[in-house]
Write a protein that binds this ligand. Sequence first.
Ligand SMILES: Nc1ncnc2c1ncn2[C@@H]1O[C@H](COP(=O)(O)OP(=O)(O)OP(=O)(O)O)[C@@H](O)[C@H]1O
Ligand SMILES: [Mg+2]
Length: 280
Amino acid sequence: MAPWNDNSGAKAPRSPELTPATGPFDATPASKDAQAVLQAADIHRSFRIGDRDLGVLFGVDISLAPGERLGLVGSSGAGKSTLLHILGLLDRPTAGKVLIEGVDAWALSAVERAQVRNHRIGFVFQMYHLLPELSAVENVILPGMIDPAGFLGLGGRKRKNMLKEKASELLNSFGLGDRLKHRPSQLSGGERQRVSIARALILDPPLLIADEPTGNLDSSTGQKILDIIFAEQERRTLSLLLVTHDKKVAGLCDRVLHMVDGAIQNTGDDSEPELVNEPV
Ligand SMILES: Nc1ncnc2c1ncn2[C@@H]1O[C@H](COP(=O)(O)OP(=O)(O)OP(=O)(O)O)[C@@H](O)[C@H]1O
Ligand SMILES: [Mg+2]
């Protein structure tokens, strides 16, 4: 059985109907630290620009325990989003390993990796990345609809209805009960971000990755978004990796890593990283 089918530690109720009964493949943990939800070792990323390779990440190691809140800070261009995309299995590293619950994600087939990405990782982007032609509910259920493995042999319509019911409950709990059929263009920035958080959580992943989720919002709206993220983190015992520029927000994390020029800075002490105390 794949290691992520043991939901026994979760506090929040999960929907067995929306979670595959068995893993998509026989995934033997490749990690020494089987407890870590996320582990990345010696991650490098460079981009080919013309006839040159532009180095962006230079040997990043990172580890995230179950239920841990990890903050990632660093100046613009340090490589935070590039790293998060790799950890979220949205981009392939030039070198290095990403283990999700002990499974080497880039050693899997594309279909297997899509399964891990859909079921085990929720990703929240600064710019929401909602599909404009879909309603709020339809955006939220997308990770369930594109799952290549299907759920317990349920027909498409039944699965879709179950997902819609769950999405509506989630959106309702985020205060969007009367916005279910709105399209993104008919929603405010804060409402869009709440939809994207619901999309990230619809399949009950153990890992939530958020890349400056309040970066596009005013401070009071941003605070409400952070309240939702931290409340869900606690309720679901999520492992949370959060990029922020805000000192107060970083202070709410269990641990903060500081990224400088594509590497995690080793401060060598417990001193606070230098942060701009911007509004959230
Ligand atoms: N697809 C790409 N092709 C070429 N260069 C890229 C690509 N993606 C990112 N970069 C470069 O990598 C560097 C790091 O970018 P990244 O977006 O990861 O920074 P960041 O730390 O998230 O910054 P910010 O705080 O502004 O969001 C930048 O210099 C950027 O130009
Ligand atoms: Mg970024």
